[in-house]
Design a protein around this ligand. Structure first.
Ligand code: XMP
Length: 506
C-alpha cells in the first residue's frame, strides 16, 4: 500500500503522527530512523516525516541520518527534532535555546497555511532551536518566545512544535497541508478500502486449500480477525477455538460463545477451567501465574482441534502498536509484564502466522469490525487481559476467590452500564486483595476481603488516568457490593495513574 513513511527518532508521539495521518485518510507506516533508503524508495512513499526525539542533534550518539537523499525520494516534513536534523544536515545551524519552550505556545505564521489561523495555538517541547536555516529555506512561523517555529524549503516543511498532539489546535490541518497540498497524496485509507485490501491479502497468503486456526479470546481483535478470515475463506476453512480457562467474567464464556455462533463463526468452545485452576494451585507470583496460564493454554489449544484437517496457519490479532514497539529507535524497553496471548504457539505447532490486522490501530480495527457488520457490544468491550481474572485475584487463585471477584465485578460493571459510564471508560474492573480486614455487618464482626475498584481512561493502554467518578457513584457501588457479595466487607477505589502504576495490579 502506497502511503507515508514516518521515521522514528525516539519521540513518545511518533505513533500519534501515524494515527493522525490515517485519521485523515492517508496510509502511513512507522520505521526506525535507520530504515534503509533503498527500502523507503521501494515503497515509493508520497511523503516522508521525520519524528521528534529526546536528543540534541549535537549530542554524541544522537540518531542521525542523511536527509538529503530522502529529499530525492519524496517531499519531507520534520517535526521538532526532525526540524533540527534537517537544519543541521542541510547546512543550517542549531543552538541551545536561552529558554526552553515546553507546553502551550503560539505560532505566528508569515506564510499562510490553508485551514490554519495566522496565530495558532501549539504544543512544544524543545530545548534546541534553529539559529540559521539551510540555504534555500525560509522561516515561515515564529513562536511567542521569538524562536523559529516553522521553516520551508523546496519540497520540505519543518515545524518546531508537535502538530500530532491534541493540544495543538489545527494540527490536523497542518498535516493535511503537507499530505495533500505538498505531497498530492489521495485520501483513500478508510474502512471499506481496508476491508477489501485485507480480504484479498488473506486469500493470497492462505491460498485456495489451506485451513486456518484462530484462538478467540472474547475481545475485539480476535473477533474481528476471525470474522474477516471467515469472510475471506469461508467458515469451513476457518476453525475457531474459544477456551474457557475459568478465569473469565461471570457467565462470559456462555454468552460470548453464543455471540460467536450468532455472527456465523465456525467455533468450538472448550471447557478447560479445572485444568487451569489445578495448575495455578500454590502459585502466587504474577509472572509465574502468567507463564503457567500461557503453557496450559498451548496444551489445551493443541488438543482442541481436529489434527487431520489441513491446517497450515494460525491467525493472531496482533496490532500495529505491538509491531512498532519493537522497531522504535529508543532501544528495547524493559519487560514490565510478560503479556500472554497465544505467544509460542506457532513454533510449537509448526504453523505459519496470519496477522491480518497487524498494520492497524485499535480504532481502525473497530471501524473494520463495523464494516464487517459486527454488533457494537462486541466491538466496544473493555480490553480484557489474556490471563483474565487470575491477575486480578492477587496472590494464589482459588475457586472461592474467583467467585467473590466474579460476583463483585458483575455488580460494578452492570452499574457502569446502567448509568451510561461504561463507554466513557477504557477499562474497569475489580481486584481482590490478599488482605482481610475487620468489619461489622448485621451486628456481628466479620473478617473478610478488601476489594479494590479500578477504572481508567486511556487511548492505547500505554498511559492511563483514573476515572473521576462522582462520590455518590462510589458510595452506591460500595454499598451494593458489600451488601450483595459475600466475602467482601471493604471497598476501596484506586486513584493511581499509569505511570507510576500499571493498569492491572499484577
Ligand atoms: P498494564 O497492566 O501493563 O496493562 O498497564 C496494559 C494493558 O494490557 C493488558 N494486560 C494484558 N493483556 N495479557 C494480555 O493479553 C497480559 O498478561 C496482560 N497484562 C496486562 C491490561 O489489561 C491493559 O489493557
Amino acid at each position: 500500500m502506497r502511503g507515508f513513511v514516518i521515521l522514528d527518532f525516539g519521540s513518545q508521539f511518533t505513533q500519534l503522527i501515524a494515527r493522525r495521518l490515517r485519521e485523515l485518510g492517508f496510509y502511513s507506516e512507522i520505521h526506525s530512523f535507520e530504515y534503509p533508503t533503498d527500502e523507503i524508495r521501494k515503497k515509493n512513499p508520497y511523503g516522508i516525516i521525520l519524528s521528534g526525539g529526546p536528543n540534541s542533534v549535537y549530542e554524541k550518539g544522537s540518531p542521525q541520518r542523511d536527509v538529503a537523499e530522502l529529499r530525492n525520494i519524496s517531499p519531507v516534513m520534520g517535526v521538532c527534532y526532525g526540524m533540527q536534523l534537517l537544519t543541521h544536515q542541510l547546512g543550517g545551524k542549531v543552538t541551545k535555546a536561552e529558554h526552553r519552550e515546553y507546553g502551550l505556545n503560539y505560532v505566528t505564521w508569515s506564510s499562510p497555511i490553508p485551514g490554519v489561523p495566522q496565530k495558532q495555538k501549539v504544543w512544544m517541547s524543545h530545548g534546541d532551536v534553529v539559529e540559521k536555516v539551510p540555504e534555500g529555506f525560509s522561516i515561515i512561523g515564529m513562536s511567542d518566545g521569538n524562536h523559529p517555529a516553522a521553516m520551508q524549503g523546496p519540497d520540505v516543511l519543518a515545524v518546531q512544535f508537535h502538530p500530532e498532539v491534541a493540544h495543538t489546535e489545527h494540527g490536523l490541518d497542518l498535516l493535511k497541508h503537507f499530505a495533500s497540498g505538498m505531497c498530492k497524496a489521495p485520501s483513500d485509507w478508510d474502512a471499506p478500502h481496508i476491508k477489501d485490501i485485507l480480504i484479498k491479502e488473506a486469500q493470497e497468503k492462505v491460498g485456495p486449500t489451506d485451513h486456518v486456526l484462530v484462538g478467540l479470546s472474547g475481545g475485539v481483535d480476535s473477533t474481528v480477525v476471525a470474522t474477516l478470515l471467515t469472510k475471506a475463506l469461508g467458515p469451513e476453512r476457518v476453525h475457531c477455538v474459544f477456551v474457557d480457562n475459568g478465569l473469565l467474567r461471570k457467565n462470559e464464556f456462555e454468552s460470548v460463545l453464543e455471540s460467536y455462533h450468532r455472527i456465523g463463526l465456525n467455533v468450538k468452545g472448550v471447557d478447560a477451567s479445572e485444568e487451569f485452576l489445578s495448575q495455578l494451585k500454590g502459585k502466587e507470583d504474577p509472572e509465574d501465574k502468567r507463564k503457567t496460564i500461557g503453557r496450559v493454554f498451548i496444551e489445551v489449544f493443541d488438543k482442541s482441534y481436529d489434527h487431520s484437517l489441513p491446517i497450515k496457519w494460525l491467525a493472531q490479532g496482533t496490532l500495529y502498536p505491538d509491531v512498532i514497539e519493537s522497531v522504535s529507535s529508543v532501544g528495547g524497553s524493559v519487560t514490565i509484564k510478560s503479556h500472554h496471548n497465544v505467544g509460542g504457539l506457532p513454533e510449537k505447532m509448526k504453523l505459519g502466522l496470519v496477522e491480518p490486522v497487524r498494520e492497524l490501530f485499535k480504532d481502525e480495527v473497530r471501524a473494520l469490525g463495523v464494516q464487517l457488520g459486527l454488533p457494537s457490544e462486541m466491538l466496544w468491550r473493555h480490553p480484557f487481559p489474556g490471563p483474565g481474572l487470575a491477575i486480578r485475584v492477587l496472590g494464589e487463585v482459588t475457586k472461592e476467590k474467583l467467585k467473590i471477584l466474579q460476583d463483585a465485578d458483575e455488580v460494578y460493571i452492570s452499574e457502569l452500564r446502567r448509568r451510561g459510564l461504561y463507554e466513557k471508560i477504557w477499562q474497569a474492573f475489580c481486584v481482590l486483595l490478599p488482605v482481610k480486614t475487620v468489619g461489622v455487618q448485621g451486628d456481628s464482626r466479620t473478617y473478610d476481603h478488601v476489594l479494590a475498584l479500578r477504572a481508567v481512561t486511556s487511548s492505547d493502554g500505554m498511559t492511563a488516568d483514573w476515572y473521576p467518578f462522582e462520590f455518590q457513584f462510589l458510595r452506591e457501588v460500595s454499598n451494593l457490593i458489600t451488601n450483595k457479595v459475600k466475602g467482601v466487607n471493604r471497598v476501596v477505589y484506586d486513584v493511581t495513574s499509569k505511570p507510576p502504576g500499571t493498569i492491572e495490579w499484577e
